[in-house]
Write a protein that binds this ligand. Structure first.
Ligand SMILES: Nc1ncnc2c1ncn2[C@@H]1O[C@H](COP(=O)(O)OP(=O)(O)O)[C@@H](O)[C@H]1O
Ligand SMILES: O=C(O)C(=O)C[C@H](O)[C@H](O)COP(=O)(O)O
Length: 306
């Protein structure tokens, strides 16, 4: 692994969380941003870059300002005249989240429109992270540009981490998602999938089956499964690591993303996979106790170090 920074590629939206109606809280979130948020909170002084494309409207400007206030840059990401960010709202059934999106014409869909700018944003990174949602918002040609840029960063020494994060509504056909995600796994060093997503996408009958399948494709796999144990697949073995019991979860949005950020921060700091999963479980357990995808840096740090 060479390079100093951490970069995450994808779409950050406007997020409506909390109560439906006049008391909605608006924040900024999106799976790859949520992961970078936790990774940045927990990985000390590494420069953090969110790689995307942005509009030039007041909401895009506020979003970029919010990143900057929190120490996150946008690298060489394009700012596109007339474009604007996507929006999503969280609906809770108990603590389990579901999403409604308004994102079809979001600026982020153009994140690979300038291949040179994308490659520049990925230079000198210790870690490059992306997800199946990053793939889902791109057309075929842009997906190829993205995977080529990731492969180039990897060849230059970056560690590549990927969460398949399957969102059926973002794909035209399940087969298209399967192909794109397998292509992404072929350039991945650390895969961080979630069992229910993999079951939907590949029909796996049990977490062990998913971990074994993915363990043949990627050197280091951590399979999340809500409050059930996570499974580490590495060096041909499977190891379960129990989650933290949370008596009253509030909103599970961003739990998996924050888990990923904490796991990667721990691995970059030299912790072994098992210790990294224990830290990631603690961080995710803290995130399910707050509304919306992002928890305050201090909350994340306290859980990570606990
Ligand atoms: N109800 C819960 N109680 C405790 N921890 C949870 C709970 N739900 C999620 N987590 C934590 O968040 C991680 C990711 O959750 P999961 O639901 O599998 O991912 P995603 O948010 O991607 O669907 C789990 O591995 C666990 O650490
Ligand atoms: O769905 C999308 O496109 C989003 O990016 C919205 C959410 O912020 C993440 O999906 C949350 O991800 P989980 O950690 O799996 O709860």
């Amino acid at each position: 692994m060479t390079g100093k920074g951490v970069a995450s590629i994808g779409e950050c939206m406007l997020e409506l969380s909390g109560q439906a109606g006049p008391n909605w809280h608006m924040g900024f979130a999106g799976d790859t941003f949520n992961t970078l948020w936790a990774l940045h909170a927990l990985s000390g002084n590494r420069p953090a870059t969110y790689v995307s494309a942005f509009g030039d409207d007041p909401f895009s400007r506020d979003q970029i300002a919010f990143f900057a206030q929190n120490g996150i840059g946008i690298g060489a990401s394009p700012i596109i005249a007339g474009a604007r960010p996507g929006l999503y709202a969280i609906t809770l059934t108990g603590a389990e989240r579901s999403f409604t999106y308004w994102r079809g014409d979001a600026a982020a869909r153009q994140l690979a429109s300038n291949a040179a700018a994308l490659a520049k944003s990925l230079e000198n990174q210790a870690l490059v992270y992306f997800s199946g949602i990053t793939l889902a918002i791109l057309d075929d040609a842009s997906r190829k540009t993205l995977l080529a840029a990731v492969a180039k960063a990897r060849a230059a020494g970056s560690l590549v981490a990927f969460d398949p994060n399957y969102r059926p509504r973002l794909w035209r056909r399940r087969e298209e998602a399967q192909t794109a995600i397998l292509d992404a796994l072929a350039v991945t060093d650390i895969a961080l999938p979630t069992f229910p997503d993999e079951q939907m996408l590949f029909g796996d009958s049990a977490p062990q089956k998913t971990a074994e399948r993915l363990g043949k494709l990627v050197g280091e796999v951590v399979l999340k499964n809500g409050e059930e144990p996570a499974l580490i697949a590495a060096n041909g073995t499977l190891q379960p690591v129990p989650a933290v019991h949370v008596a009253a979860p509030v909103d599970t949005t961003g739990a998996g993303d924050s888990f990923n950020g904490a796991y990667l921060a721990a691995r970059l700091a030299g912790h072994a996979p098992t210790d990294a999963v224990l830290r990631a479980h603690r961080v995710a357990a803290a995130v399910v106790q707050v509304r919306g995808a992002l928890a305050p840096f201090e909350t994340l740090r306290a859980a990570f170090e606990d």
